[in-house]
Structure formats: structure tokens, C-alpha cells
Write a protein that binds this ligand. Structure first.
Ligand SMILES: [Zn+2]
Length: 232
């Protein structure tokens, strides 16, 4: 982490734009908890309800369940503004419809910082990233520009949403440039928030949910910082 630059602190509003319930909870939530404790405001917008995410459970059942799990996860870090865009889980299409939805949310929340998950082809060395993460991450980077251009989606202006310039986009990518320090208390909030995705985690492993959550969050934030690739 010593080679990474300090994450900017001179901002007030952040918007997390990700594909699935639980995407913010794998470490990013520790930074969110840190920022909210410092008096900043953070909103979450999820492209899907993660309805295709639990083996053996039909989307009609898992969508509503995961919606509740996500709201409970948000409560641990102090996020109360949670919106779902209802794109189809596993089949999110990168393109103008997604960019318009994301640009609309950027203009509604008017963040200084937009955060998203890894948009690159690889999740990490030797691991292919998911189609939804690639689509949403890339569309987020595009939508930040769309939100600041009145001509790309003029219907947004007609709906009463004027253009908005975001200062930074922070991506949880394998090529980080900046680090946000996080306290032990913020890491514990992140563990509690990930553990709320209980049914999802139970489907992944027989290990107790809290132990799974602690191991996952420690992997990302255990050094006392969460790393992001920052685009300005
Ligand atoms: Zn995901």
C-alpha cells in the first residue's frame, strides 16, 4: 500500500454504482463506513437484485430475499439511500439503456465521487471477471461523462435533472492507484454488512457466514486500507 497515493478527502457526496447485491460489501463497505463516520453522504445504486445468484433458488424467490439482505447490509454502514435499477442479473447489457439509467442516478445524487467494481476483463490474476461486472463498470465510467453532457440523454434534462460533473471515479480494480485508510471499527461494520447476505453466503460454503465475511473483508481491507484505481 505504501506505493499508493492517498485517496482524496475534500469531497462530501459519494455514489456506489454496482451490478449486484453484495458487490459493495466485499471490502468497499469498509471505506463507506469510514466516510459516513466522517460525516460524508453515500448512496448505493444496484443494477440488479441478484436474482440469478443463488444455486437451487428460483429468481422469483431470491430477488426479493436479496433485496432485503442488501437493505440490512446497508444499515450496518449507515447507507439509507438504496436504489435498484432492475436490469436482469447475469445478462446486463452494456449500452445506451444502461448508461442512461446510470447517468440519471448520477444526476439525482450529484456525487463528487462515483465508486464501482472492477470493470476490467480479469477479476485478478488468472480469474475471468463476470459479464455483469465488466458491463456495469465500463458503463459507469461512460455514464459519468454522459451525466455531464446535456445532449447525450436530453430526456434527463426534460425530467428536471440538470447535468452534473463528478470529480473522481474510484474503481476496485486489480490496478489500484490510491488507498483509503480504514479503522478496525469500519472493518467490523463491513464484516457485519457482508454477513447480512446470509442466504447467498450459505449457498457458497458450509463455513459459518460471519467467518466467511471476515475472511473476505480482511482480504481487501485487512492491511488497514481499501485500494482503488482512481480516474479523474
Ligand atoms: Zn457481483
Amino acid at each position: 500500500m505504501s506505493t499508493l497515493q492517498e485517496f482524496p478527502q475534500d469531497w462530501q457526496r459519494a455514489l456506489v454504482l454496482v451490478a449486484h447485491p453484495d458487490d459493495p460489501e466485499y471490502g468497499m463497505a469498509a471505506a463507506v463506513a469510514e466516510w459516513i463516520a466522517a460525516g460524508k453522504h453515500v448512496s448505493y445504486v444496484l443494477a440488479t437484485r441478484g436474482e440469478a445468484g443463488i444455486a437451487g433458488m428460483a429468481p422469483t424467490e431470491s430477488g426479493p430475499l436479496r433485496t432485503v439482505e442488501q437493505a440490512n447490509a446497508c444499515a450496518h454502514v449507515g447507507v439509507s439511500d438504496l436504489v435498484f435499477l432492475d436490469h436482469p442479473d447475469g445478462r446486463i447489457q452494456e449500452g445506451p439503456a444502461l448508461r442512461r439509467d446510470l447517468a440519471r442516478e448520477i444526476r439525482r445524487v450529484r456525487p463528487d465521487v462515483v465508486l464501482t467494481l472492477n470493470h476490467r476483463d480479469e477479476w485478478g490474476p488468472g480469474r475471468w471477471n463476470s459479464a455483469d461486472h465488466r458491463a456495469v463498470g465500463r458503463a459507469v465510467l461512460d455514464a459519468v461523462g454522459d451525466a455531464d453532457n446535456e445532449w447525450i440523454f436530453p430526456e434527463l434534462l426534460e425530467a428536471g435533472l440538470p447535468r452534473h460533473k463528478t470529480l473522481w471515479v474510484a474503481v476496485m480494480s486489480p490496478q489500484p492507484t490510491h488507498a483509503q485508510p480504514v479503522s478496525a471499527a469500519s472493518i467490523e461494520k463491513a464484516v457485519a454488512s457482508l454477513a447480512e447476505h446470509a442466504r447467498y453466503l450459505q449457498a457458497l460454503s458450509d463455513e459459518p457466514v460471519v467467518e466467511q465475511a471476515r475472511a473476505q473483508v480482511q482480504m481487501v481491507a485487512g492491511s488497514g486500507a481499501v485500494a482503488f484505481e482512481l480516474f479523474g
